[in-house]
Design a binder for this molecule. Structure first.
Ligand SMILES: Cc1ncc(COP(=O)(O)O)c(C=O)c1O
Length: 449
């Protein structure tokens, strides 16, 4: 049978199966310790379907950690990559000129959030796009300090890691960080850091920036930039109240602090808007993007207001930024997003996911919160709804059940499960995945009891 038409999912072996076991052993032996989420050894993938080396077929609700927004191996992207690879793969875009890089920059400058003319620095990963933003903000403002949010994830290189504040293990034993970063609590209403309720809190979590931090802790005229994720990703898929980011932006503007929008995970249509910041009407000075930008080719972009440009050759550069094949992949990805109405698909299917998650929350006490925007959705598991104690073991059990049933998903935060299928997923497969999620929770809750 044509593999693409096979009904998914279909798991016939243990995971890992016999062939996968060999790969897992080899990987464990030679690769540095990593954050492996499951003993899954992938052979091929198409759209939302993933086949492992033992012939098992899964539905991908992880999208390769929120990368494959238009599905695995989209034919238009594969064609663009193959054609570009046959022409020229690399020619140091920082030092020479070629068409795909210039066209991609023009396109990103046009579609990135915010008005006015923009320019683009291309790199290879989310962390690198953040590093570029940090250097650009210091360079352009002459200020030295940064601000970021608790729960944030901006990457793991030293600059980006200094802004990251999502899990202890990510920072432990790496101190000192880059100096000059102050973190403030994010608007995590389910676990309000101030133990208040929205809206009676009067949005204290935003006001505290001006009334406490910039008043007593960091002189505002020394702060170059504040970094934010419009929806916190690794931190737990946390959506702030509508008014939070506009208030943060207003305060930053009043002090000349640049706003850096990290769209690495939430961007590229994931939330039902091209950029998650659009939900909040916030216009950043600098936007970082990566992950889904290349549909699997490593690429990232830092898009910024034109006036912020370095203007001095050599002030910032790299070797592989703007790689020819990665740029071709990105251009093809942007074409698919436009041509197939992918952002609208995310909004529509995201509403289906929300409805199903609310039903699941009604059914299980262990589901303390469901949240998200578009197709960036999560549920948070708790020991009981009153104490809200995180139920991390239950999450592990649910994720294992899902995998056994053929649905690949990832955790985030302390005890949340994130659901990020390709935005192009077929609706029947979306329904199947949500049904198997519900069955997996039911089984795990029963086993725990
Ligand atoms: C919001 C956000 N920013 C930055 C990064 C870092 O990206 P990378 O792992 O490509 O360096 C990530 C990665 O998950 C992310 O989710």
């Amino acid at each position: 049978m044509d593999q693409a038409r096979e009904r998914a999912p279909r798991v016939l072996t243990d995971i890992p199966g016999p062939r996968a076991r060999g790969i897992v052993e080899l990987d464990d032996r030679y690769l540095a310790t990593a954050t492996k989420s499951a003993p899954l050894a992938v052979e091929r993938a198409e759209g939302e379907k993933v086949w492992d080396v033992d012939g098992n077929l899964f539905l991908d609700f992880s999208s390769g950690v929120a990368v494959m927004n238009i599905g695995h191996c989209h034919p238009s992207v594969v064609k663009a990559v193959q054609e570009q690879a046959a022409k020229v793969m690399h020619f140091a875009g920082t030092d020479y000129y070629y068409d795909v890089q210039a066209r991609l920059a023009e396109r990103l400058a046009r579609i990135a959030p915010g008005r006015g003319e923009k320019k683009v620095f291309l790199s290879n990963s989310g962390a690198e796009s953040i590093e570029a933003a940090m250097k650009l903000a210091r360079w352009g403002s002459g200020r030295r300090q940064f601000m970021a949010f608790m729960g944030a994830f901006h990457g793991r290189t030293f600059g980006a890691l200094s802004l990251t504040c999502s899990k202890r293990v990510q920072r432990a034993r790496y101190f000192p960080m880059v100096p000059g970063v102050t973190h403030i609590p994010y608007a995590y209403c389910y676990r309000c850091p101030y133990h208040q309720e929205y809206p009676s809190c009067g949005l204290w979590c935003a006001k505290v920036l001006d009334e406490v931090y910039l008043d007593a802790l960091v002189p505002p005229d020394e702060v170059a930039a504040l970094f934010f994720e419009p929806v916190q990703g690794e931190g737990g898929y946390i959506v702030p109240p509508k008014a939070f980011l506009p208030e943060i932006a207003r305060i930053c503007r009043s002090h000349g602090i640049l706003l850096v929008d990290d769209e690495v995970q939430a961007g590229m249509g994931r939330t039902g808007r091209m950029w998650a910041a659009e939900h909040f009407g916030v216009e950043p000075d600098i936007t970082c993007m990566s992950k889904a930008l290349g549909s699997g080719m490593p690429i990232a972009a830092t898009v910024f207001r034109k006036e912020l440009d370095w203007g001095v050759p050599g002030a910032h550069s790299n070797t592989f930024g703007g790689n020819c094949v990665a740029c071709a992949s990105s251009l093809a990805t942007l074409d698919v997003i436009e041509r197939e109405g992918v952002v609208e698909q995310a909004e529509r299917k995201g509403a289906v996911m929300e409805r199903r998650l609310l039903e699941i929350k009604d059914r299980f006490e262990a589901v303390g919160d469901v949240r998200g925007l578009g197709m960036m959705r999560a549920l948070e598991l708790v020991e009981d709804r009153r104490t809200k104690a995180p139920a991390a073991k239950l999450r592990t059990a649910i994720l294992a059940n899902m995998l056994r049933k053929g649905v690949i998903a990832l955790g985030c935060g302390r005890s949340s499960i994130r659901l990020v299928p390709p935005l192009t997923i077929a609706e029947d497969n979306l329904d199947t995945g949500m049904r198997l999620l519900e069955e997996s929770i039911a089984e795990a809750v029963r086993e725990r009891a």
